[in-house]
Design a protein around this ligand. Structure first.
Ligand code: NDP
Ligand code: MG
Length: 380
């Protein structure tokens, strides 16, 4: 029995993680969790899964829940997130919270020796050097939840790092993959939110349309698999059937395939190194699909991917700045305050404006994050 702490239980990954837990009650138990502001769903989850500790974003929500669930420990805010992450009865932390608030709880959970199943991209993007160092120091395993990194992780089982020539992250291309740059002027929020292959949270769906999602994944891959940026490439693959691949020095390529279903990588992170049957979801039928398509990535068309390579190679505080600028810009786009193409412009401006600090500590990263959000909002 694995006891799970789940941050972001009310989100897209969170809900699918709960489905995996529900389908395998002999294997998994939810012992602590966090929600943001969706208290209706949070309440349902508490009823069904009966976790011992629950964290929510706001104090007034915590106060309400306390009177409804007197036997559950209810906490709130950033400290609450950390308390849920390090809850002593949990073996594994599934971090599926959105945004850079996910960083500190991951670090605390690593320090308390928990296995980490990481969905929250911002953790490794903003502070990969600190997170990986702490994981080694505390002998903690970090398991990828994202489908691309899970695919690479699966393809690497039994292989040595020194055998790798490069990894190839696949990208569906997002909602606007068939449009030219000119055709992106004036695109609407609802069109951007309409992803052809995957059903995900709003922020990551916009990130897929701008290709920043792939950019964040490139930086994550750099840290997770200790590879230089020259050994990480991206390939457009519109069907999202090959979730990513590893090419070895002898030119062999190993890929992981499957239908686009996040429950597969979520479940693998929870069962690794074992596998369990997937109790819901379709099997991949390749003859039905018939053919798969691939295209090189155009960095002039998808500028956010270029920004991510630049930020990753620059290192220091730059990835955190790029991420914070992106979070602030996407939030503004979702609030109809800026246009789709202004997201890229704002990220570019914020990166140009920032003076890099090399090997930053956690406080320096958080300061760069705050400053960048203020800068982006002042430009808007
Ligand atoms: P969602 O927006 O669907 O869910 C986010 C979760 O985080 C919700 O539970 C939300 O709470 C909570 N939350 C948001 N802000 C705060 C905050 N300030 N404090 C506390 N809790 C907060 O996101 P996704 O599930 O799509 O993504 C989560 C993470 O996983 C992201 O980093 C994303 O990049 C990554 N990821 C997602 C994939 C996907 O398929 N969706 C694939 C791979 C990675 P509430 O809703 O209650 O307010
Ligand atoms: Mg992904």
């Amino acid at each position: 029995m694995k006891r799970i702490s789940l941050l972001g239980a009310t989100g897209s990954i969170g809900i699918q993680t709960l489905e995996v837990i529900r389908e395998h009650p002999e294997e998994f138990e939810l012992v602590s969790m966090s929600a943001g502001r969706n208290i209706v769903l949070c309440r349902k989850i508490i009823h069904e899964f009966q976790p011992e500790l629950v964290s929510v974003q706001e104090k007034e929500d915590a106060d309400r829940l306390k009177s409804e669930f007197p036997s559950v420990k209810i906490v709130y805010g950033l400290q609450g997130l950390e308390a849920a992450a390090v809850f002593d009865k949990a073996d594994v932390l599934v971090n599926a919270v959105l945004g850079s608030v996910g960083l500190k709880p991951t670090l605390e959970a690593i320090r308390s020796g928990k296995t980490i199943a990481i969905a929250n991209k911002e953790t490794l993007v903003t502070a990969g050097h600190i997170v990986m160092e702490e994981a080694i120091r505390n002998n903690v395993t970090i398991l990828p939840v994202d489908s691309e990194h899970s695919a690479i992780f699966q393809a690497l089982q039994g292989e040595k790092e020194k055998n790798i020539e490069r990894i190839i992250l696949t990208a569906s291309g997002g909602s606007f993959r068939d449009r030219t740059r000119e055709e992106l002027h004036g695109v609407t929020k609802s069109a951007a939110l309409n992803h052809p292959n995957w059903s995900m949270g709003a922020k990551i769906t916009i990130d897929s349309a701008t290709m920043m999602n792939k950019g964040l994944e490139v930086i994550e891959a750099h840290w997770l698999f200790s590879l230089p940026y020259d050994a990480i490439s991206v390939l457009l693959h519109q069907e999202s059937i090959i979730h990513s691949m590893v090419e070895f020095h002898d030119t062999s390529i190993i890929a992981q395939l499957g239908t686009p279903n996040m429950k597969v990588p979520i479940q693998y992170a929870l069962t690794y190194p074992d596998r369990l049957p997937l109790l819901s979801g379709k099997r991949l039928n390749l003859s039905e699909i018939g053919s798969l398509h691939f295209k090189d990535m155009d960095l002039n068309r998808f500028r956010c991917l270029k920004f991510a390579y630049d930020a990753g190679r620059a290192g220091g505080t730059m990835p955190a700045v790029m991420n914070a600028a992106n979070e602030a810009a996407v939030a503004a786009f979702l609030q109809d305050r800026i246009s789709f193409l202004q997201i890229e412009d704002l990220i570019e401006k914020a990166m140009e404006h920032h003076i890099i600090i090399g090997t930053p500590d956690l406080e320096t990263i958080q300061e760069a994050d705050r400053e960048t959000r203020n800068y982006v909002n002042s430009v808007i």
